[in-house]
Design a protein around this ligand. Sequence first.
Ligand SMILES: [Fe+2]
Length: 283
Amino acid sequence: MARPWIEFLYAQQLPWTEGLYGGARDDVQSKTLSIDDSAGDSSVLIKYPAGWQRADAEALTAEEEFYILDGDLEINGQTYTRDCYGCFPAGYMRNQARSKTGCVALTFFDSEPNVSDDLSNTFEEQDLVPFINTLNMKWDASTADPSLEWMGNRRKVLKWDHEYDQKGTFLFATSPHIYPENWACPTLTHPCVEESFILAGELTGPFGKMEKGAYFWRPEEKPHGPFGTREGGFALIRFKYGKHINVWGDKDVPYSFDFPYKPELPPALSAYGDAPYEGTELF
Ligand SMILES: [Fe+2]
């Protein structure tokens, strides 16, 4: 089993549920954006209530990546606020954790997060990213694929994928007024999963206009695009489970800023695909 194709849903449409699957944090609320029911890896929003704390040392059986959307989270004396990022490998010890004002964190687990019995603080050093305040990073505007130069993409790499030797988790930004030349270009396909959460602005493609809170999980080998944006877009993206190679389609596909919302969703989520989210609250 792998995660189903979700492209795309609005996180705002999903209800908060009590606790977190796996049972490691029964005192938070969570929204599952996508999950592999058999392997246990997932992408979730976690809401920590104001005053939340974990006074005892704790390690998880899963790797936990997190990007703060709102509020504060203090772990091992380091305070993470909006736009801060960390990645703790399985086995990494949290000696203490708390949130003063509450927190919403976009969180990724590489397997079901359970409390570990092993408190020896043994973990894969190369996968540890203790703390990044992404506001302090400079955008990388170099062109990875000349065929995508028209998008003017910029990125901030947060985590390197050592298995596939490529950027694994990164922030992505595109200026306003981006569309393919002559309003058409071929689709792209990769032999890896591509996942994205829109943080601000919008990105528009054949499934509609993705605005703040829009989320997709696109499995390997799914042709996609063209994409563009009238307003400019800012997203967190991950490449997973394969090499990120651009394979271009062989014919031009027309592009429009006006593609209607027409998502690809698994049956369990189809109720969330009737209409885009039109409110203003993310949490
Ligand atoms: Fe892609």
